[in-house]
Design a binder for this molecule. Structure first.
Ligand code: PLP
Length: 300
C-alpha cells in the first residue's frame, strides 16, 4: 500500500548542496543526467537514540560508490557526516532513517557527463520497520527472483548505485504480486547472492553460512552481524552457496540497515524455523545499535 503522505510532500527540511531547503522545494530538473542514465549513488543509514549507527562506514561507502561511477562528491566524508547529523537534528527525530544521495546534474545530456555538476542531498524520515512487524517475528516469506545479480565485469557491483536497484524493484514487485515479502536473488553463476535490499545468512548444526560478497554489497549490517556471531563463539563460514543446499539449512535470516535482522520462514518451497541463533543475533543487533550515550533531541 502506498504511504498516505507522498515522499515529496513531507514536513521539515532537506540538506541540499550545502544548505537546508524546505522539504517540498528539494527538486531536480527533468533533464538531470542521473534520471536518464542512473548516474547516482546513495546510502541508507539508521539513527538510534539520536546517534547514526556506523555513520562513518556508510558515508565512506557513499564516496567510494561515487568513485566507482567515476565521479567525486564535492564534500569530504567528515563534511557528509556533519551534514547527516545536522539534518537528523533539524528533523528532531531520535530514531530515523537517513538517506544521502549524490548525482550528476544537468550540464550535459548524453552518455558522456564529464562536466556535470555533482549534487548531494540528505533527507531524514521515520521508517520504523521494513517488513510487517507481525510477519517479521514469525519469519518472512521469500520468493526466488527471476533476475540475477550481474557479473562484476558487467556492472559496478560494489557500488550502492541506483542503477543496480532496477532488477531489485522488478524482483520485489514479482514477489509481492505472489504474496511474498521479498525475493532471494541468485548471482549470474546461479549461486545464492542476496535479497533485493538485504544480505542473507543460513544456520546448520550451530554454524552460520553466508555467501561470499564477490558480486553484491558486503553490507555494513552483514559485517556487524558476523562480528556479533563470532563474539558469541559461533562459527561463520563465508562461501559459495548453491540453491540445492537450501533444503539442508535449519534457520535463515536476512540483514540490512533498513531490514535490521529479520528471520526468514520460507524461500519458495524451502522451510526454516526461527531458531536460537537467529533470535540471539536479532537481540544482539538491537543491543549493538543503541548508543552508549543517547543524544538529547530537541522538540520539533
Ligand atoms: C541490495 C542490498 N544488499 C545489501 C544491503 C545491506 O547493506 P547495509 O547492511 O550496508 O545496509 C542493502 C541495504 O542497503 C541492499 O540494498
Amino acid at each position: 500500500m502506498a504511504d498516505a503522505q507522498p515522499f515529496d510532500m513531507r514536513d521539515g527540511v532537506i540538506w541540499y548542496d550545502g544548505a537546508f531547503v524546505p522539504w517540498a522545494d528539494a527538486k531536480v530538473h527533468v533533464l538531470t543526467h542521473a534520471l536518464h542514465y542512473a548516474s547516482a549513488v546513495f546510502e541508507g543509514e539508521r539513527a538510534y537514540g539520536g546517534v547514526i549507527f556506523k555513520m562513518r562506514e556508510h558515508n565512506q561507502r557513499l564516496v567510494e560508490s561515487a568513485r566507482l561511477l567515476d565521479f567525486e562528491i564535492p564534500y569530504t566524508v567528515e563534511e557528509i557526516d556533519r551534514a547527516c547529523e545536522e539534518t537528523l537534528a533539524r528533523q528532531g527525530f531520535s530514531d530515523a532513517y537517513i538517506r544521502p544521495i549524490a548525482w550528476r546534474g544537468s550540464e550535459m545530456m548524453g552518455v558522456s557527463a564529464q562536466h556535470n555538476k555533482i549534487h548531494l542531498a540528505i533527507a531524514v524520515w521515520q521508517w520504523p520497520s521494513y517488513f510487517d512487524p507481525a510477519q517479521r517475528l514469525k519469519g518472512i516469506r521469500l520468493d526466488l527472483a527471476q533476475w540475477r545479480r550481474p557479473d562484476p565485469l558487467t556492472a559496478p557491483s560494489k557500488a550502492k548505485a541506483t542503477g543496480l536497484y532496477m532488477i531489485c524493484t522488478m524482483s520485489k514487485h514479482a514477489a509481492e504480486r505472489k504474496g511474498y515479502a521479498d525475493a532471494l536473488m541468485l548471482d549470474w553463476r546461479g549461486q545464492v547472492a542476496e535479497c533485493t535490499g538485504a544480505n542473507i545468512f543460513f544456520v546448520k548444526d550451530g554454524v552460520i553460512h553466508t555467501p561470499t560478497p564477490d558480486c553484491f554489497l558486503d553490507g555494513i549490517t552483514r559485517r556487524t552481524v558476523i562480528g556479533l556471531a563470532k563474539a558469541r563463539g559461533i562459527e561463520v563460514v563465508e562461501r559459495a552457496i548453491l540453491p540445492e543446499e537450501l533444503s539442508g539449512f535449519e534457520q535463515c535470516f536476512i540483514c540490512g540497515t533498513a531490514a535490521e535482522v529479520t528471520p526468514v520462514a520460507e524461500i519458495a518451497d524451502w522451510r526454516f524455523t526461527v531458531g536460537d541463533i537467529t533470535s540471539t543475533l536479532m537481540n544482539d543487533y538491537m543491543a549493538a545499535v543503541q548508543p552508549s550515550a543517547p543524544k538529547a533531541v530537541a522538540a520539533a
